[in-house]
Design a protein around this ligand. Structure first.
Ligand code: GDP
Ligand code: MG
Length: 203
């Protein structure tokens, strides 16, 4: 049986959420900014350590807060599926402190508003636009320590523009999700290549 894992990608507008997803699935990047106005679902398949997983990646348009109840989620089309996602990717722009503040707020709300057992839900914080790192607002090490030690989340920096660490971040998140949810040992995750044509990435 193929496991399905739903991943909600959340972050302030313009941080590169859509770019990261499209680079991961289509090896495609656009310099032109097209704001995401409605929720979009991508369904790639990936192979990790010989096991196939179907991902349901939600590209979440700007939301002012994490839905605090199921009814709020269902009333706002942009939020559909966000509360029950199996994992979260919270993206910020390493050059934009406000986008980090947004991620901080959403992380806090996920912890507060998700139901009981889900405090353990995997959350990966992603610092995008690494190619612009001379303009970063905080040293990588400081953010990494804060996110990993205090927030207990994973942390990866990437560049959607140059496809740097994009596969890695999905592999990292899937590794955490699999180890928590499916109790399998994935210590030897290896990147083996990408089968872009049929949208199946071997990780
Ligand atoms: P979203 O609103 O979070 O979905 O952001 P988009 O993916 O639409 O990207 C917003 C803008 O940032 C676009 O103009 C992208 O070309 C640009 N962008 C995205 N990722 C990167 C990156 O890694 N480096 C640089 N320099 N620009 C990026
Ligand atoms: Mg977008």
């Amino acid at each position: 049986m193929v496991e399905t894992l739903s991943i909600a990608v959340i972050g302030a507008p313009g941080v590169g959420k859509t770019s990261i997803i499209r680079q991961f699935i289509y090896n495609d990047f656009s310099e032109v900014y097209t704001p995401t106005r409605t929720r979009y679902v991508y369904r790639p398949s990936v192979i990790l350590n010989g096991n196939m997983y179907e991902l349901k990646i939600l590209d979440v348009p700007p939301i002012s807060s994490f839905p605090s109840s199921s009814s709020q989620e269902w009333l706002d089309l942009r939020c559909r599926g966000v509360r029950n996602a199996n994992a979260y990717i919270l993206v910020y722009d390493i050059c934009c402190v406000e986008s980090f503040e947004y991620v901080k707020m959403i992380r806090q709300q996920i912890v507060e508003h998700r139901e009981s057992s889900s405090t353990e839900v995997p959350i990966l914080v992603v610092g995008n636009k690494r190619d612009l790192q001379r303009q970063r607002f905080m040293p990588r090490r400081a953010v990494s320590v804060l996110v990993k030690k205090t927030w207990k989340c994973g942390y990866v920096e990437c560049s959607a523009k140059f496809n740097w660490h994009v596969v890695l971040l999905f592999k990292e998140l899937l590794g955490i999700a699999v180890s928590r949810g499916m109790r399998q040992n994935h210590t030897s995750i290896r990147l083996q290549g990408a089968l872009q044509r049929n949208r199946c990435t071997i990780m």
